[in-house]
Design a protein around this ligand. Structure first.
Ligand code: ADP
Ligand code: ZN
Length: 612
């Protein structure tokens, strides 16, 4: 049997453990229970895969993501790990085959859908074999009300009674303190050691930009920063998903839609294409993404405001799991605030209060003049981080300006409409009044006779929208739920009386391209490839694409981008040198080593002039 470090080198081909991994693995290998909170991309899988390899018996992994089991198992098999799964997608014959392998001790890892454990036959099967560890993946499923898999997950508490001597490790990336506590009690893990990894994703660049023409902004972003790269574009509604996907395709960008309104087969095909193809974009509602562990998602873009910071962090966390630079980009504007403020007024009182808290936190993140990452980490309980140098506000600190007088002008317009005319209007009319525009609607209502008519010519239309957006975000103005008309809030009075200043953030509608991060601390794990290495990388990528297609597996199952980049940069000339590359383990070296060396040499034979 290997030691954990030997397994890491030999099987996975990695140099060293990531933060937290070794401690967790040692604890589980020695028989201890663990509850692991680690951000997406932190490297949770190794925490149970290595104990499964190192301890005698089979590691049983409970995961709700049956659509992904085949890929997970393929990826492990490519490493030479003997893995199988049991779920409802298999027919009887396929299941029997896996069960026989399990009983014959021919498996290292067995993936199980949670509902399998409700079937007595499965429990009997497991009782006949030797189990190394139980891993409970996506453990937050047990804690979330209304979660599809919750009933099955609740049953998992019985594992302890049935297998008191087998260590259990529960893992999740979703971890507000309440969720954490509930996982612990529901799964009977209060005696387990709790490992809480830091929540930072340093290789993700965060950027939130003011929305002006979202489609054009998205296109610019994709073309200048992520051409031909895989990513997810989130939209709120099914119809905008369809529209944006179509728009991208019309502009020559490979994209497919994904939302709950599409039939199951289309959804499955689009998901499979996203996982398998290089550089495909999925335009999706939040129905897409859970458990997608494609390592090379290079960006996550939001065209609409997420409902909460938790949601935002979970969605953006799907970018850059491989540790290479990735971007979380969002365009956000006045209509987002109006719409969300209105939605937050639906439902009962308790629900409303919760919605408002979530929304306020999300809006504060959007409007902050400080480091986005500091704010995110603070939100998840990691206080006192240093400004990161890898977010938009760190790289281009937004100017703030004293918006007290413009704020008073907006508020007094709303006030006069209500007081003098008993009327309420939306943003458009209020801004037209401030700008002194004699539109048909202004004349129809006689608003040109209001005292505030034309008092706001010092700002333009877009700037006034920015002011109103920020007033809404700060709770100094409200929208009425039915028609989206503007209303004063209790806090408005303090501004109107001049008792309170209103600092505002100056919107930059066309910020420069993301600058390269400067601070070493949060710098991405890799920098851009030197120019002369790019063609070699592309050649390796083409080889990988062809090989993956031939074998019917996602490209990353062959090698990750990070590994290909390192191969391209180092340009090894022998198998021994190739084996030094991170991500090249024993099995892959034997399987692909020669082909990689040939690909490096290029079609003409003789070494390409790398660094020569
Ligand atoms: P999580 O499940 O926490 O989101 P994964 O287990 O999928 O994360 O790991 C994320 C990525 O990091 C994977 O591509 C994995 O191969 C890689 N990885 C994990 N541990 C290491 C390590 N010690 N060295 C290098 N790469 C690693
Ligand atoms: Zn920052």
């Amino acid at each position: 049997m290997d030691t954990p470090t030997e397994a890491l080198h030999r099987v996975f081909g990695y140099d060293s453990f990531r933060a937290g991994q070794q401690e967790i693995i040692d604890h589980v290998v020695s028989g201890g229970d663990a509850l692991v909170l680690m951000p997406t991309g932190g490297g949770k899988s190794l925490c149970y895969q290595i104990p499964a390899l190192v301890r005698p018996g089979v590691g049983v992994v409970i995961s709700p993501l049956i659509a992904l089991m085949q890929d997970q198992v393929d990826a492990l098999r490519a490493l030479g790990v003997r893995a199988g799964f049991l779920n409802s997608t298999q027919d009887f014959g396929e299941r029997q085959l896996v069960e026989a392998e399990f009983l014959a001790g021919e498996l290292d890892l067995l993936y199980l859908a949670p509902e399998r454990l409700r079937v007595e036959a499965t429990l009997r099967l497991l009782a006949k074999g030797d189990i190394a560890v139980f891993a409970i993946d996506e453990a937050h499923c047990v804690a979330q009300w209304g979660h599809d898999f919750r009933p099955d997950y609740l049953e998992l508490s019985s594992l302890r009674e049935r297998w008191p001597d087998v260590p259990r490790i529960a893992l999740t990336a979703t971890a507000t303190p309440a969720t954490h506590a509930e996982i612990s009690s529901r799964l009977g893990l209060d005696q387990a050691r709790h490992f809480v990894a830091g929540f930072d994703r340093p290789n993700i660049h965060y950027r939130i930009t003011a929305k002006s023409e979202p489609k054009r902004q998205l296109l610019d972003f994709l073309r200048t920063e992520h051409p031909d790269e895989a990513g997810i574009v989130y939209c709120m509604s099914r119809s905008s998903v369809e529209k944006i996907a179509e728009f991208l395709v019309d502009n020559g960008i490979a994209a497919v839609p994904y939302h709950a309104g599409l039939d199951a087969r289309t959804r499955a095909t689009h998901q499979a294409r996203f996982l398998r193809e290089d550089g495909l974009i999925v335009v999706a509602t939040i129905a897409f993404g859970m458990g997608i562990d494609k390592p090379d998602v290079r960006f996550v873009a939001h065209l609409d405001l997420p409902k909460s910071v938790e949601g935002y962090y979970q969605e953006t966390g799907r970018a850059g799991r491989d540790g290479l630079p990735a971007t979380a980009w969002m365009a956000y504007g006045l209509q987002d605030v109006v719409q969300h403020r209105r939605m937050a007024m639906e439902g009962d009182e308790a629900h409303r209060r919760r919605q408002v808290l979530h929304l306020d936190a999300m809006l504060a993140l959007c409007e902050t003049v400080g480091c986005r990452r500091v704010m995110l980490l603070d939100y998840f309980g990691q206080k006192g981080a240093e400004p990161c140098g890898n977010c938009d506000t760190c790289q281009t600190p937004p100017e703030s300006w004293d918006g007290t007088i413009p704020a008073q002008k907006v508020l007094s317009t709303v006030y006069r409409l209500a007081r003098e005319r008993r009327q309420k209007f939306g943003v458009g009319q209020v801004v037209d009044i401030l700008l002194g525009k004699k539109t048909a609607k202004v004349l129809q209502h006689g608003h040109e006779t209001l005292k505030v008519f034309g008092i706001g010519t010092e700002l333009g239309n877009a700037e006034w929208h920015g002011v109103v957006r920020q007033l809404l975000a700060q709770g100094l103005l409200a929208v009425e739920s039915n028609y989206g008309a503007l209303e004063l809030t209790d806090a408005s009075a303090t501004v109107l009386r001049g008792d309170r200043e209103v600092p505002l953030r100056r919107d930059t509608l066309r910020p420069a391209r993301a600058a390269k991060p400067t601070s070493g601390k949060s710098a991405p794990a890799a920098v851009e490839l030197p120019e002369e290495v790019v063609p070699i990388f592309e050649r390796l990528r083409a080889w990988r694409g062809a090989t993956a297609k031939e074998q019917g597996v996602p490209a990353y199952v062959i090698f990750h981008d990070a590994t290909l980049r390192e191969i391209a940069t180092r340009s090894p000339s022998s198998l021994a040198e190739l084996s030094q590359v991170n991500g090249v383990g024993e099995n892959k070296l034997a399987k692909y080593g020669e082909q990689v060396l040939e690909t490096l040499t290029g079609p003409g034979g003789g070494y390409a002039a790398v660094g020569a």
